[in-house]
Design a protein around this ligand. Structure first.
Ligand SMILES: *Cc1c(COP(=O)(O)O)cnc(C)c1O
Length: 384
């Protein structure tokens, strides 16, 4: 059976990238490796829309965020963590475990925080040294308006603007320099179209300055060491060489398409997915749906385990379930990274079949028709 992955990380890896990873390993302290790293570093700048360095760390996305906490702050300092789901929750727990004081800026799951709400929190905590925002809260399929939130942070506070763009970079518009961001982290296994194992961290000059005074205990995840090595396209420790070469190929693919074209493609795929979901009679979970992943309410009476087993075993489709309080209540369809229009036709067709098989009455083909209609409207597909 042909397996098709529709999960918000890991995401499918293009064939060209897989083949690149099959090449013989090269040594990392060589001119050959540094040439690859130089290209990766330059192309990461384009992806993050920054002239500042973007560091490559050998760890998953969470490691990249931890590296920012231990490199930028000092014990007892206050940070605000915007928390609207599983990942927001992690950015409350992680700095607490490190001995920072954390303001839990909780927002109801499925909702985004408004700039007005953040302004009130900033006013109540003028001593906050950093604010962490998740651009796409993957657990709820919710997009946060990073540009607007960054604007109010810069206006009302000296706190560093720190963004988890792990499930959004390459899909959601993000302009590191223009939006005045200080830290932005992404991971390899989402929009970047490579396997898990790398994190990428962009740092502003303000963040670099702040690092000089940071007294958090750290060694391996010291971004100052990574930044020093970065200037010669090097890393302080052995990098995951095969993943860096994969990133080289994947970034070239992404930039051939163009970053803005990639954002537009993700917007269209998400709109088509939402149209398909609505046409089969299902509703969205999020009030502010992301372009990376669509969270769908499971219809009443539909058993998630049985539905998911059908999708996987009968049709080879792997989607994601709900996490935490929405476990068994929602499912999530990713369209983040290596996806095209016909992938959306496929996944909605499979959802129609699995719903029918589960005894839910639907109009077969209605979802697929809506998906196709959305692409026609976007000026592509349907022979337009
Ligand atoms: C996947 C994800 C993470 C965690 O990344 P890991 O690579 O699993 O450490 C963090 N934040 C968001 C929004 C994610 O989607």
């Amino acid at each position: 059976m042909k397996r098709r992955l529709f999960t918000p990380g890991p995401t499918p890896v293009p064939e060209q990238v897989l083949l690149r990873m099959a090449e013989p390993i090269i040594h990392h302290r060589t001119a050959e490796y540094r040439a690859v790293a130089a290209r990766v570093n330059a192309n990461l700048g384009t992806l993050f829309q920054t002239k500042r360095p973007v560091l490559t760390l050998t760890c998953s996305g969470t490691g990249g965020v931890e590296a920012s906490f231990v490199s930028l702050f000092s014990p007892g300092e206050k940070v605000i963590a915007v928390n609207g789901g599983k990942f927001g929750e992690r950015w409350v727990q992680l700095p607490r475990a490190l001995g920072l004081e954390v303001v839990d800026a909780a927002v109801e799951w499925g909702n985004a925080l408004s700039p007005e709400e953040l302004t009130a929190i900033l006013r109540a905590h003028p001593d906050a040294k950093g604010v962490y925002i998740t651009q796409c809260e993957t657990s709820t399929g919710t997009s946060f308006d990073v540009r607007a939130l960054a604007t109010v942070i810069r206006k009302h506070s000296d706190a560093l603007v720190c963004v988890d763009a792990i499930s959004s970079l390459g899909a959601h518009e993000l302009r590191f320099d223009d939006w005045g961001l200080d830290v932005c982290v992404t991971g390899s296994q989402k929009g970047l179209m490579i396997p898990p194992g790398l994190a990428f961290v962009a740092l502003s000059t303000r963040a670099e300055e702040r690092m000089k005074g940071s007294t958090m205990p750290r060694f391996y995840f010291d971004l100052r060491k990574a930044l020093d090595a970065h200037s010669s396209h090097d890393t302080p420790w052995t990098p995951a060489v095969s993943l860096v070469t994969a990133a080289d190929s994947a970034l070239q693919l992404l930039l051939q398409e163009g970053v803005e074209n990639s954002w537009a493609r993700h917007r269209t795929l998400a709109a088509a997915c939402r149209a398909g979901v609505a046409a089969v009679g299902l509703t969205l979970y999020s009030q502010s749906p992301s372009v990376s992943v669509t969270a769908v309410n499971l219809p009443g009476g539909l058993d998630w385990k049985g539905f998911n087993r059908r999708l996987g075993e009968e049709y080879g489709i792997v989607v994601a379930g709900g996490q935490g309080p929405v476990s068994g209540k929602i499912f999530r369809i990713a369209h983040l990274g290596y996806y095209d229009e016909l992938d959306m036709v496929t996944v909605i067709a499979a959802v129609e079949r699995a719903l029918s098989d589960s005894g839910i009455r639907i109009d077969p083909g209605a979802g697929v028709r809506a998906v196709q209609g959305e692409f026609t409207r976007a000026g592509k597909g349907g022979g337009a």
